[in-house]
Design a protein around this ligand. Structure first.
Ligand SMILES: [Zn+2]
Length: 193
């Protein structure tokens, strides 16, 4: 029996509170020359996903109403080549915002080794809502499932809250709930360096 064709996008479409693929739309306003110049590719142009070892979890830190698109626009205004995060979560909905082949600026000194997943909002002093946490858990499980079984070259070692990455002085994604990243509810945790 042939394998059922399976893509990460198809998996993400099963997100419990909705999914939207914004990658193409955000690329329209991105600096594609800069992104392509630093993309994770081999000499033949094939993606080098084994260079991704970690998922870094963020909050956007913005207390004002904002969306994945406005987050992307703000990043462009600040001189970024594109949105900082590969996946955003808002009100439980999952948004795919940047291709994993692109190295975006979400974690100082750690971008080429990781992908960034961000819950939109300021969670410095409160937890995200249960739908957001459920969506985050779903995304992380889907990434481990897909890259662990689908692409052997991808070696996902762990999941880390931004504040735990060395040389990153930040409160992101918030003290209260980032502890929950390590409370055993998450799949296949690896310890950060
Ligand atoms: Zn962060």
């Amino acid at each position: 029996m042939p394998e059922i064709p399976y893509t990460l996008k198809r998996r993400l479409e099963m997100a419990p509170h909705g999914f939207e693929d914004l990658r193409a739309e955000i690329e329209k306003i991105s600096d594609m020359a800069a992104l392509n110049a630093s993309a994770r590719r081999d000499a033949q142009g094939n993606p080098l996903f084994h260079k991704i070892e970690f998922i870094v979890v963020h909050h956007s830190g913005n207390p004002n109403p904002h969306t994945p698109m406005s987050t992307a626009q703000q990043a462009m205004k600040e001189g970024e080549p594109t949105i900082e995060y590969h996946i955003c979560i808002q009100n439980g909905k999952v948004f795919w915002t940047a291709r994993f082949v692109y190295v975006t600026n979400h974690t100082y000194g750690f971008n080429s080794r990781s992908i960034g997943v961000c819950v939109l909002g300021d969670y410095s002093t409160k937890e995200p809502n249960p739908q957001d946490l459920e969506a985050l858990r779903f995304v992380i499980a889907a990434l481990y499932e897909f890259f662990g079984q689908g692409w052997g070259q991808f070696r996902l070692l762990g999941l880390v809250p931004h504040m735990w990455v060395k040389n990153n002085s930040t409160a992101c994604p918030g003290k209260i709930w980032s502890r929950a990243l390590w409370d055993g509810q998450w799949p296949k945790l690896g310890a950060p360096e």
